[in-house]
Design a protein around this ligand. Structure first.
Ligand SMILES: [Cu+2]
Length: 113
């Protein structure tokens, strides 16, 4: 094995680590609790991709109360005050759209693969 063959996987891993997740899209491994924060009347990231079986946790980092309500009625949080959280486990692949019922322009999507 040449030195180049030995170094290639290491360099590839380094490059992936340097690139990191983009700010508006993120990914998580199965089972990882993933935080989607409501801050300044936005969910961040707006679109989050997770593996089936992942639990997504929303934490309100705003001074205003927010909710997390699925468009299809699959999940619905109570009003979350500052630093309160809501979690939901996504079992089935699909695209799940949700909004804050207090501020309907606050919208987000969880993509389950
Ligand atoms: Cu809100």
């Amino acid at each position: 094995m040449s030195l180049r063959q030995l170094l290639l996987p290491y360099l590839a891993a380094l490059l992936l680590a340097a690139l990191g997740p983009c700010s508006s899209h993120a990914s998580a491994a199965a089972g990882d609790p993933t935080i989607v924060m409501a801050r300044d009347f936005m969910f961040a990231p707006t679109s989050l991709t997770v593996a089936a079986g992942s639990t997504v946790t929303w934490t309100n980092k705003d001074d205003e109360p927010h909710t997390v309500v699925s468009d299809s009625g699959l999940f619905r949080s109570a009003a979350l005050d500052t630093n309160e959280s809501f979690s939901f486990r996504f079992e089935q692949p699909g695209a799940y759209h949700y909004a804050c019922s207090i501020h309907p322009r606050m919208v987000g999507t969880i993509v389950v693969q």
